[in-house]
Ligand binder design. Structure first.
Ligand code: SAM
Length: 258
């Protein structure tokens, strides 16, 4: 495991599309397409956000990342495929403890830079490492998984199956996350096979609660988020139902807690 020390400059030879963006965004048509959506990705883009090509097409739009983070107030969250920090930044706004892991040191350098733009860098521990190797030693309340979907070509599939996730298939990924906690959030392509997603919950006994939501930006579905365990709304309803019942019983007993 390597704990990242922020670097000032990205490694030589890596193309970055950030501060010197004006002359470079024209270099790849793919980046240009995502650059047009830059303020949906990072509302503070103009303040010095940095992305490489993979970062452009794989970052979670800010509105979606904020919605996912809203589920985890007060939790210790592990963002296990952190990329350029789109999710980690939003978690850091709501959670007291966030760990951002990525196998690519350049992504971590960009995530550090971007979290400074959002003034949350001090709230995140950045780790350069392979999630599958680190998983057995990790501790946290929630594991957030936004693994690579295999590039923009995922859209061409009519049905995206979980074996297409990178670098390992969805079942292997879920198993690795379950070692840490049953409270798992997965960010998946909009064309994912939902039956397969639901089946992941059966890998636990008893099966985990599961909830799936479609995430839209400007009326277009960008991705699907699957919530497992205690962070599903079903689980929190169960908790509040239990709480109401408990308060009701206490009032019948004549005992109060407050
Ligand atoms: C879809 S991107 C994550 C985007 C991120 N949620 C964001 O909003 O910026 C997936 C990331 O997983 C990283 N990755 C791939 N294999 C990994 C592994 N075994 N362990 C940790 N990170 C990995 C890639 O370097 C890439 O940055």
């Amino acid at each position: 495991m390597t704990i990242h020390r922020p670097r000032r400059k990205p490694r030589k030879g890596k193309k970055l599309f950030g501060r010197k963006r004006k002359d470079r965004i024209t270099t790849t048509p793919l980046v240009k397409k995502y650059w047009l959506q830059r303020y949906n990705l990072f509302s503070r883009y103009d303040e010095g956000i940095l992305l490489d090509e993979e970062g452009w097409y794989s970052v979670t739009p800010e509105e979606v990342a904020a919605k996912q983070a809203k589920r985890c107030p007060g939790k210790a969250v592990l963002d296990c495929f952190a990329g350029v920090g789109g999710n980690a930044i939003q978690f850091a706004k709501r959670c007291p403890f966030v760990v951002a892991i990525d196998v690519d040191p350049d992504k971590i350098a960009m995530a550090v830079n971007n979290s400074k733009v959002y003034e949350v860098a001090d709230c995140i521990d950045f780790v350069i490492g392979d999630f599958f190797q680190l998983a057995p030693s990790l501790k946290g309340d929630v594991v957030f998984l936004a693994p690579p979907w295999g590039g923009p070509k995922y859209k061409e599939k009519t049905r995206y199956t979980l074996d297409l996730l990178k670098p390992r298939d969805g079942h292997t990924l879920f198993h690795a996350a379950q070692v840490v906690t049953p409270n798992i959030i997965m960010s998946l392509p909009r064309n994912v096979d939902l039956t397969q997603v639901e089946e992941l919950s059966w890998l636990s006994s008893p099966p985990l609660d599961v909830e799936v939501e479609e995430n839209c930006v400007n009326g277009r579905i960008k991705c699907v988020t699957a919530y497992f365990g205690a962070i599903t709304q079903k689980a929190s309803c169960k908790d509040s139902a239990a709480m109401i019942l408990c308060n009701f019983r206490m009032s019948l007993d004549g005992s109060t807690s407050a």
